[in-house]
Design a protein around this ligand. Structure first.
Ligand code: PLP
Length: 402
């Protein structure tokens, strides 16, 4: 079907929007195609490319989904549609109070989302006009850039490098850009670097946004995936943050629920209202049974988070051990289930990624897929079964050992 559409386009039978031409192919679609092709050729490819937990969703959450799916009224349009049902919004508010010390009013300061990725897109459509500038980091999550282009706005990439503790330097943004900047994406714990924020950085970001009339979207789906004593943080815990900020979060990563598509947006009521205005005309919210199951996850499954952190820590240790054997030693950042790994001296990100694929049939994400400041790094995800990770590490040790 897609091929036919492409052909029709080439023959100029149909038009495709110009703004889509600016969006590169989505990283993981490209990776998936590469993996599928190799597998079709009989190669046993191990993918460490995608951050998609393979460990099971907690049983209590699945049981609640099944129970709620038996109730006919739940098959109708969701209760409170795009806003998310009150029971879910209340549970989110309690989770935020318990986990981050943030007080939220479930009426007006919390909304349900079909995952935080949806929230990123609808935030942009809700707050920017064509031609506005949206600040994001480089490296950064590729979907931000795509959403900015889809709103006919202009991304401005703030370098985010190790020398600056992976914080953007707001003082470096040119004045003319600043004048046109209306929104900003931040994301800590950060994909792809794993870097975590400090309260002080969040304070600076909020002050900067207030001074320049910028709406912040802090995308925080990895808030629970932190190690080495790192504090779990919400930007909304900074005084005054709610004046200019929404935060997005998600059940995808802490509860192994990526496929369920459930997340939440919290914070400034005006920004949330704008996002919801887009949503009410675009989607009609989350399946009721999934929201009820989400309530159970948030209320009862803190222990799943602890269990997963133990598993990721063990996998992280194994990867670091293998890398040390091939001469790559570095101190990992404290957040996410990714490792942001410096490539061997003399190689580019793409060269190392290609070597891993061709010599060891191991797929990783090239750092440059997240922006030009990702050069010199590759990203490994720890969301693979232990046995496959072990096999991947053995291949890497055998192939690249000095
Ligand atoms: C930074 C970031 N934001 C959003 C998402 C999407 O999360 P969700 O499954 O809640 O849509 C991801 C997923 O990898 C991510 O890395």
């Amino acid at each position: 079907m897609y091929a036919t559409f492409k052909k029709a386009q080439e023959e100029e039978a149909v038009q495709v929007a110009d703004r889509l031409q600016k969006i590169p192919p989505y990283l993981f679609v490209t990776l998936r195609n590469k993996i599928n092709k190799a597998r079709a050729e009989g190669i046993d490819v191990i993918s460490l490319g995608v951050g998609d937990p393979v460990d099971p969703t907690p049983q209590g959450v699945i049981d609640e989904l099944c129970r709620q799916a038996q109730i006919p009224i739940n098959h109708q349009y969701p209760i409170d549609e795009e806003k998310g049902m009150l029971a879910f919004r209340r549970e989110v508010a309690q989770w935020y109070a318990r986990r981050y010390g943030v007080e939220l009013n479930p009426e007006g300061e919390v909304a349900g989302l079909i995952g935080s990725k949806e929230g990123c897109h609808h935030f942009i459509l809700g707050v920017v006009n064509p031609g506005d500038v949206v600040l994001m980091t480089d490296p950064g999550y590729p979907a931000y850039r795509a959403s900015i282009f889809m709103a006919s706005a202009e991304p401005y990439a703030m370098p985010m490098v190790a020398e600056n503790d992976y914080f953007p330097d707001f003082g470096e943004i040119p004045k003319d850009i600043l004048k046109r900047a209306k929104a900003m994406f931040l994301n800590y714990p950060n994909n792809p670097t794993g870097a975590c924020a400090t309260r002080d950085f969040f304070r600076k970001a909020v002050d900067f946004a207030k001074a320049h009339g910028i709406a912040i979207c802090h995308d925080n789906p990895y808030s629970e995936v932190v190690f080495d004593g790192q504090e779990r943080l919400s930007i909304l815990s900074v005084p005054g943050a709610k004046d200019v900020t929404i935060e997005l979060n998600s059940l995808s990563k802490p509860y192994n629920m990526t496929g369920w598509r459930i997340g939440m947006a919290m914070g400034n009521p005006d920004i949330l209202a704008a996002l919801l205005k887009v949503k009410e005309n675009t989607d009609s919210g989350i399946f009721n049974a999934i929201q009820y199951a989400g309530v159970v996850a948030l209320r009862e499954e803190d222990q799943n988070i602890e269990k997963m952190l133990g598993i990721y820590l063990r996998r992280r240790k194994r990867v670091l051990e293998a890398l040390a054997k091939i001469g790559i030693e570095f101190k990992p950042q404290k957040g996410t289930f990714y490792l942001w790994i410096p490539v061997p001296r003399g190689m580019t990100s793409i060269e190392f990624t290609t070597a891993l694929f061709e010599k060891a049939a191991v797929v990783v994400a090239a750092g440059t897929a997240y922006g030009k400041h990702g050069e010199g790094f590759v990203r490994i995800s720890l969301t693979v079964p232990d046995k496959r990770l072990e096999e991947a590490m053995e291949r890497i040790e055998k192939t690249f050992r000095k």
